[in-house]
Design a protein around this ligand. Structure first.
Ligand SMILES: C[S@@+](CC[C@H](N)C(=O)[O-])C[C@H]1O[C@@H](n2cnc3c(N)ncnc32)[C@H](O)[C@@H]1O
Length: 213
C-alpha cells in the first residue's frame, strides 16, 4: 500500500473511539440523535462522500454499492439520489431507524462480518467508520477484525470492484499498519490519498482499494 512519506501526524486529543470500547456505548441517546439530526454534520459527510466518489470513479450508472458503517445514511441517500442501488449497513440499529430509508435496504450487521454472497457489489464505500474498528496497533482482536473486514470486502466485491474508505486514524503508524494488514491478507491493490496532509483540521484520509480480477 503506497504512502506519502512527506508528512507526519499524531493526534494528541483523546477521541471517542479511545474513550469507548464499543461504538454503541458512544452513539446512543442524545449523542446519536444530535449526530443524525445535525445539518452541519450532514453537510460535512456529504462533502466527504462527494470526494470519495470522485476518487473511486464508478463508471457504471446503476452500480450496486454497499455503504459500510452508514450511520443515519448520509452517504447512502446521496448515492441513491444519483441513481445507484444501495445497501446501507450499520452495527447500530437505532441509526437505521432515524430516517425513512427502506429503499436503501438497511441491514443491521457488523461490517467485519458482512452477510452477503461473493461477488455481490460493484463498489463499497465507508465514511468515517474504520477508526472504530482498528484503533490500537497492539490489540490482537482488532487485527483479526480488520483482517476479516478486508477478506470479506474482497470476497463480496465483483471482479474489478473498488472500495473507498475515509477514516480518521490517530497517527501515521496506525495508517501504515492498516495498509499492511490489508496487503498481507488480500489481493487488493491500493493506495492512500491524503487531502491537506499538513493541516490537522482539514486533513482527510482515504484508502482506495481495487480488486483487479
Ligand atoms: C461517525 S459515524 C459515520 C456514519 C456515516 N458513515 C456518516 O458518514 O455519517 C461512524 C459509524 O460507524 C459505525 N460502525 C462502527 N463500527 C462498525 C462496525 N463494526 N460495523 C458496522 N458499523 C460500524 C457506527 O455505528 C457509526 O454509525
Amino acid at each position: 500500500m503506497k504512502l506519502n512519506e512527506d508528512f507526519n501526524f499524531n493526534i494528541k486529543k483523546r477521541r471517542p473511539e479511545e474513550e469507548y470500547e464499543n461504538v454503541s456505548d458512544y452513539f446512543r441517546g442524545d449523542v446519536l440523535t444530535q449526530y443524525a439530526n445535525s445539518k452541519s454534520i450532514m453537510r460535512i459527510q456529504e462533502k466527504i462522500t462527494l470526494r470519495a466518489l470522485e476518487l473511486i470513479d464508478i463508471k457504471k450508472k446503476d452500480a450496486l454499492i454497499l455503504d459500510a458503517g452508514c450511520g443515519p445514511g448520509f452517504a447512502a441517500m446521496y448515492l441513491k439520489e444519483i441513481g445507484h442501488s444501495v445497501v446501507a449497513l450499520d452495527i447500530i440499529l437505532e441509526f437505521l431507524n432515524v430516517y425513512e430509508i427502506k429503499d436503501l435496504n438497511p441491514i443491521n450487521a457488523d461490517m467485519c462480518f458482512p452477510p452477503f454472497k461473493p461477488s455481490t457489489f460493484d463498489a463499497i464505500i465507508s465514511i468515517s467508520a474504520l477508526q472504530w474498528i482498528f484503533r490500537d496497533i497492539n490489540n490482537r482482536i482488532m487485527h483479526l477484525m480488520l483482517e476479516n473486514l478486508s477478506k470479506s470486502f474482497f470476497k463480496i466485491l465483483k471482479p474489478k470492484g473498488r472500495v473507498i474508505i475515509q477514516f480518521y486514524p490517530k497517527n501515521k503508524d496506525l495508517m501504515k499498519r492498516i495498509g499492511k494488514i490489508i496487503a498481507d491478507t488480500t489481493d487488493f491493490k491500493g493506495n492512500f490519498i491524503i487531502d491537506n496532509p499538513n493541516r490537522q483540521k482539514k486533513r482527510k484520509i482515504f484508502l482506495l482499494l481495487s480488486k483487479e480480477s
